[in-house]
Design a protein around this ligand. Structure first.
Ligand code: NAP
Length: 282
């Protein structure tokens, strides 16, 4: 069997076109969606992420503002910027680029972003809503994963889903979304015993670990849908958490890295920004 490759690149390009049209329609009504990104310190990876977000905003017509703060910015100064953006009617989404410099309290900063402007979906109010099955802002990567599964027409109801990884930004929220779709969900982590026995049960397998090519072909049930969230650098090249070449021989569907989930994450950030702009206009 040769897996069908789910191209996040293709799906995000199509979404970009749709979003351009939606922004044009909003602008015609006098609504200009706005996204602010706060970047504290000098982290080369963060610089790239922020640049990509800004480029995407420019492409679809979203107003964007990048607030650059020095490495030694104080917690109070950073929060003052968050508060200013909370009050700014031209800004509908606020994103604090993580990781923050070590001396800053990430949770305390994220808690100051207004939940309705929290386009990352990291605020505890939005996390709680997701847990309770209430409408709120859904984190971008998990939202993108569900978008890909829906677009590919993959049946979820009643299926066994296994998520490897229990982070607040990927593992836990994607597990909640799969549960809402009526999957039977298992979350695995570094203390899970007999991991392979668990993953081999999965009709849907999500790998969000951060270990290059960790998921090998013998961990995958033939025909399963495998979603690779990992972004790892090996010898200067980006690879996922899944051993792509081997797993594609076993899986039914597989996302590539690069060109998979990562592309959807940024599209979903735009989606959350447009939704926030529409909400604020109501
Ligand atoms: P994280 O916070 O480091 O969490 C990693 C998870 O993997 C933890 O829950 C950890 O378990 C688990 N784990 C580690 N070793 C394991 C093992 N041997 N067996 C089973 N589970 C194991 O990472 P994250 O933020 O969720 O990110 C995961 C990956 O996705 C990273 O490569 C990251 O760069 C990537 N990512 C990509 C996107 C995108 O847009 N494509 C977005 C976000 C993240 P414990 O909890 O027990 O430690």
């Amino acid at each position: 069997m040769m897996a069908e490759i789910l191209s996040g690149k293709q799906m995000s390009e199509q979404l970009t076109q749709e979003q351009q049209e939606r922004v044009a329609a909003l602008r015609a009504q006098g609504i200009v969606p706005g996204l602010a990104v706060i970047l504290a310190g000098e982290n080369p990876a963060s610089e790239i992420y922020v640049r990509n977000k800004k480029t995407m905003c420019d492409t679809i017509g979203v107003h964007s503002e990048v607030v650059r703060l020095p490495n030694d910015v104080s917690q109070e100064d950073l929060i003052a910027h968050v508060e200013r953006l909370n009050q700014d009617p031209a800004i509908h989404g606020i994103l604090v680029q993580l990781p923050l410099p070590e001396h800053l309290d990430e949770a305390a900063v994220l808690a100051r972003v207004l939940p309705e402007k929290d386009v990352d979906g990291f605020h505890v109010v939005n996390a709680g809503k997701l847990f309770a099955g209430l409408p709120g802002v859904v984190p971008c990567t998990p939202k993108g994963i569900l978008y890909m599964l829906h677009q590919a027409g993959i049946e979820l109801k009643g299926k066994e889903a296994v998520v490897i990884g229990r982070s607040n930004i990927v593992g836990k929220p994607v597990a909640m979304l799969l549960l809402q779709e009526h999957c039977t969900v298992t979350i695995c982590h570094s203390r899970t015993q007999n991991l392979k026995d668990v993953t081999r049960r999965a009709d849907i397998l999500v790998a969000a670990i951060g270990k290059p090519r960790f998921v090998t072909a013998d961990m995958v049930k033939p025909g399963a849908t495998v979603i690779d969230v990992g972004v790892n650098r090996v010898d200067g090249k980006v690879c996922g958490d899944v051993d792509f070449d081997a797993v594609k021989e076993v899986a039914g569907h597989l996302t590539p890295v690069p060109g998979g989930v990562g592309k959807m994450t940024i599209s979903m950030l735009m989606e959350n920004t447009l939704e926030a702009a529409c909400r604020s206009a109501r």
